[in-house]
Design a protein around this ligand. Structure first.
Ligand code: HEC
Ligand SMILES: [Cu+2]
Length: 491
């Protein structure tokens, strides 16, 4: 919507219908001579590997996009749980498809059960921050901004809330396609595949709930390198499919946060690659480089039946860290092109032996101080270690220490209130000034009591016990409600 249209719109809300007849008529008259009034529609969004249908409109439209950020506990590998932060519940987030020239009204909604604020930077946006500055959204809130899609192409979007690397490492990325005015050439199948790597406290395949490891992320030492957010997301029953003779287009992205992808399909040659998802088309390509925060469109015709393996050709990532998917092509043999025996056993994941253990039992309430410390350790690993580090030493100058921290040890009620309300602005810990944002984590009273008792019991700290009753008392004082227990987050 243009600025003047926006003004009219706001004015509409505040004025009576009678007074409005005149300016509306004036605006309609101007519209008939000036830019056409755009037709409005809601964008169809899809979960990977599905892609919304091609756009058939021949004119620009005003497209409304509704995207929700959600934090979900989900399998990253068989028997291994991870709390993913997502755009729409999946990794990568929902696929958005618009057309060059469209005006997009973007709504970012942060689910009320989120623990963190989020925002979105779309590489398809021309404007500071790609939308990030206009879309910072706290849990349970929504924000809206508009942009015009000036350049066609396939673009990455991602969260850009600090610590940015952590939000992206947890899965906050996806793709938005801006179709050129003339549309893309017609193909039989389109799929959505995004690579991203994950950094977990335990090594690849270690069973149980795995927290994010900031230390490993800083070293770029990934435990998992994945297509579409989990080991096996595109294998077995979940393989992509096509029939002999069909044309396939893959919208390939790389969320990173750190690694480049050498994207390759074993047994196929890309007939066409829109390298870096730009406009230039390269032909007859074996492996295409997809940089972190970048994308590519690859197209090929499948001529021979069988299973084709999608990999990052940095091969230990493919066979040992998860970056392996499948495209199953059905149809009659075409011996003139390929005469060999069909076998599926050659290219399959090797992994580390993945053990499956029963899920962790629901936590009981702590009865003793020792239990409180034990339960608190788990809360700490899930919720605090990413920033304050497992050893509590923090990561100056971004994250203050909890180990031997004068700020923490001086005042128990103040520490409780930091957890209940978050903390921002300048704070001095052990003589060093920090000026960051500690997000509000939405923990229950028991979890706050347990985690602080754990923190106070470690690293030479004061040894205080914090009880749920004390937390409840501070909560009444600062006036915020306890979140309801739910199953959707790691505890
Ligand atoms: C996303 C990163 C992040 C997470 C997660 C986080 N914190 Fe913090 N924390 C910070 C930052 C940044 C500050 C300093 C804020 C400022 O500068 O105002 C801080 C400050 C604090 C302080 C006061 C300063 C000090 O060092 O004593 C305490 C206590 C604290 N955090 C405890 C926790 C606990 C316990 C958890 C887990 C339940 C946690 N934090 C989770 C980033 C984080
Ligand atoms: Cu985020």
């Amino acid at each position: 919507m243009s600025n003047s249209a926006l003004r009219v719109h706001r004015w509409l809300g505040a004025t009576t219908a009678v007074v409005l007849a005149l300016p509306l008529a004036t605006w309609g008259w101007r519209a008939s001579r000036g830019p056409a009034v755009l037709q409005q529609e809601e964008a169809v969004l899809t979960d990977p590997p599905a892609v919304p249908p091609p756009i058939t409109r021949t004119r620009a439209a005003r497209v409304v996009v509704q995207l929700e950020t959600r934090e979900v506990l989900r399998e990253i590998a068989p028997g291994v749980q991870y709390t993913f932060w997502t755009f729409g519940g999946s990794v990568p987030g929902k696929f958005i498809r618009i057309r060059e020239g469209d005006e997009v009204e973007f709504h970012l909604n942060n689910h009320p059960e989120s623990r963190f604020p989020h925002n979105i930077d779309l590489h398809a946006v021309t404007g500071p921050g790609g939308g990030a500055t206009s879309s910072f959204t706290s849990p349970g809130h929504a924000s809206v901004f508009s942009f015009k899609a000036l350049n066609p192409g396939l673009y990455v979007y991602h969260c850009a809330t600090a610590p940015v690397g952590m939000h992206v490492a947890n899965g906050m990325y996806g793709l938005i396609l801006v179709e050129p005015e003339a549309g893309l050439p017609k193909v039989d199948r389109e799929y959505y595949v995004v690579q991203g790597e994950f950094y977990t406290a335990g090594p690849y395949g270690q069973a149980g709930t795995q927290p994010f490891s900031m230390e490993k992320a800083l070293r770029e030492d990934a435990d998992y390198v994945l297509f579409n957010g989990s080991v096996g997301s595109l294998t077995g029953d979940r393989a992509l499919t096509a029939s002999v003779g069909e044309t396939v287009r893959l919208f390939v992205g790389n969320g990173g946060p750190n690694l480049l992808s050498s994207f390759h399909v074993i047994g196929e040659i890309f007939d066409r690659v829109y390298a870096e998802a730009g406009t230039a088309v390269n032909q007859n390509v074996q492996t295409t480089l997809v940089p972190a925060g970048g994308a590519a469109m690859v197209e090929f015709r499948v001529q021979v039946p069988g299973t084709y393996i999608l990999v990052d050709h940095s091969l230990l990532r493919a066979f040992n860290k998860g970056a392996l998917g499948m495209l199953r092509v059905s149809g009659p043999d075409v011996l003139a092109v390929y005469s060999g025996r069909q076998s599926e056993g050659i290219y399959s994941p090797e992994g580390a032996a993945v053990q499956v253990v029963p899920g962790r039992a629901q936590l009981a309430r702590a009865g003793t101080r020792a239990e409180r410390i034990e339960f608190g350790r788990r809360v700490f690993e899930q919720n605090c270690a990413a920033c304050h580090q497992t050893t509590g030493v923090g990561l100056p100058p971004a994250f203050p220490p909890l180990a031997g921290a004068d700020y923490l040890n001086a005042d128990k009620r103040r520490a409780i209130s930091v957890l209940l309300r978050g903390l921002q602005g300048e704070v001095v810990v052990n003589g060093q000034t920090y000026n960051g944002v500690m997000p509000l984590l939405r923990l229950e009273d028991d979890d706050v009591a347990n985690v602080l008792t754990y923190v106070y019991s470690q690293w030479g700290n004061a040894g205080h016990e914090v009880t749920p009753a004390e937390v409840a008392s501070v909560r009444r004082q600062v006036g915020n409600r306890q979140p309801q227990p739910d199953q959707s987050h790691g505890r």
